[in-house]
Design a protein around this ligand. Structure first.
Ligand code: AMO
Length: 443
């Protein structure tokens, strides 16, 4: 029996993954027609819902003709009895079904979504993201991101942090003037926030420990596999620290929580993508920036000493070194030169050309930046003056420091970079919903 339109009465929906527990029962499954195979006297419908795939078997000739008219991706409702079949997904299928279309006949997807591998290039995937992301392999990284963000919150909640939400339109650049998007805000020049840096610091004065997850914007002129113009920043900031090491310890806890949550709450996505989860060592190895440069000079045939930053190739080499020497896929590089750090960075006591800051490298890529901040008002004035900047545009931010702030620090982790390295994707865009970059503003 087939009816052409959806019934108005509410249905009790069974998910695909629940079918094996409903053998012998009458159920209603709803989902997208993932794949239809019509043979001479039987049609197999594979339905896809949020839990997985379900098979329905149609043998009634009239019903077979009807379902033959449903293109893949049409949304269907299938009511029938559940029968064990070891060949069906999950070992159970729906037999003698009544099939109803819940959408109009779907237009053909940009590529076959039912094929186990994705038969499309990255630009095709991105151009057609709203539909392409339905492919189980393309959806999986985003399930991993979701589990990671949930765990970021859980780990910090357990440590007494408070979640905050701060403006994404701001009056001054936070990180550097170089890659900031300017916008017109009712006739005034404004900027898209490059980070919640100033707000999270101010909120240390309110809650002591805060975190935020949200979009940030960088007008990145580089078309690389690891840069986006909008990404998701997982930020934390905490007061009453001795130095950056306490921030690193909190970050370690967060990473352990995120890794474990990905294993337990995104297990299927990990299995689909063959994700090998990293071990988060109790103590993540660390090297000072100067030591890192010594190592590079001694072993790579290059001499980066004197350079104020590490090149991407250096980060890759140091990551491999940490794996070889310490069995760790994570490496802290501490003490970056002040010259390359933002003005709010706290210098290293005794070596003021270096800083109490760090980057965390993960599988060859910078995943996190963090450190201790200045917390005295006069230090901010001096730091800005030394950089030839006027304190004026920062007056709102600096107010917090005039009114008493404790020693504090924090970090920001790039969510898309985390998911990219976890899944070993070749491009950050594979771990980004609807990426925004130099060339892409739609979909
Ligand atoms: P930073 O500018 O280093 O630090 O950024 C922190 C982390 O964000 C990620 N990231 C990016 N991901 C994708 N595309 C980009 N264009 C991009 N730029 C940065 C990286 C990086 O490690 N306020 C400081 C953090 C702090 O000290 O708390 C900041 O924003 O993973």
């Amino acid at each position: 029996m087939i009816s052409a339109s959806a019934s108005a009465s509410p249905v009790r929906r069974t998910l695909a993954a629940e079918l094996p527990r409903r053998i012998g029962r009458q159920v209603t499954v709803q989902g997208w027609l993932h794949r239809r195979r019509t043979l001479k006297s039987v049609a197999f419908l594979i339905l896809r819902d949020r839990s997985g795939l379900a098979q329905a078997v149609v043998t009634d000739p009239e019903a077979m003709t009807m379902v033959g008219g449903y293109p893949e991706e049409t949304v269907l409702q299938v009511t029938g009895s559940v029968t064990a079949n070891p060949q069906a997904p999950g070992g159970a299928e729906v037999t003698s079904p009544v099939v109803t279309a819940l959408s109009g006949p779907a237009a053909a997807p940009p590529f076959d979504l039912y094929r186990p591998a994705v038969p499309a290039t990255l630009p095709t995937i991105l151009d057609h993201a709203p539909v392409a992301l339905r492919h189980p392999l393309l959806r999986a990284p985003h399930a991993i991101s979701a589990a990671s963000v949930a765990a970021f919150r859980t780990a910090l909640d357990a440590l007494g942090f408070t979640e905050i939400h701060t403006p994404k339109v701001v009056a001054s650049a936070t990180e550097s003037g170089a890659n900031v998007f300017a916008i017109d805000w009712f006739g005034t020049r404004a900027y898209l926030a490059q980070s919640p840096q100033f707000f999270k610091q101010a909120m240390v004065g309110v809650f002591e420990r805060v975190y935020e997850t949200g979009p940030v914007f960088r007008a990145e002129p580089h078309d690389t596999a690891r840069h986006l113009a909008q990404y998701t920043s997982l930020d934390a900031e905490l007061g009453f620290i001795t130095d950056h090491r306490e921030v690193m310890a909190v970050l370690r806890e967060v990473l352990a929580g995120m890794t474990s949550a990905v294993e337990h709450h995104a297990g299927e996505a990990c299995a689909l993508l063959g994700v090998e989860l990293p071990d988060v060592p109790n103590r993540i190895p660390e090297v000072h920036f100067t030591q890192a440069q010594e190592l590079l000079a001694a072993h790579t045939g290059e001499d980066p000493r004197g350079e104020p930053d590490l090149a991407p190739a250096h980060e890759r080499w140091l990551s491999q070194w940490a794996l070889r020497e310490h069995g760790s896929e994570f490496l802290f590089v501490t003490g970056y030169p002040m010259a390359k750090r933002p003005f709010y960075t706290h210098p290293e006591p005794g070596r003021p050309q270096y800083s109490n800051s760090f980057d965390l490298l993960f599988r060859g890529l910078e995943l996190v930046t963090g450190g201790q901040r200045l917390h005295r008002y006069e230090d901010y004035l001096a730091a800005l003056t030394a950089r030839g900047e006027s304190p004026e545009p920062y007056a709102g931010y600096l107010a917090a420091f005039r009114h008493g702030m404790p020693p504090h620090g924090g970090f920001a982790l790039g969510l898309e970079r985390w998911t990219t390295r976890l899944t070993r994707a070749d491009n950050i865009r594979r771990a980004t919903l609807f990426p925004r970059d130099l060339h892409r503003l739609t979909p």
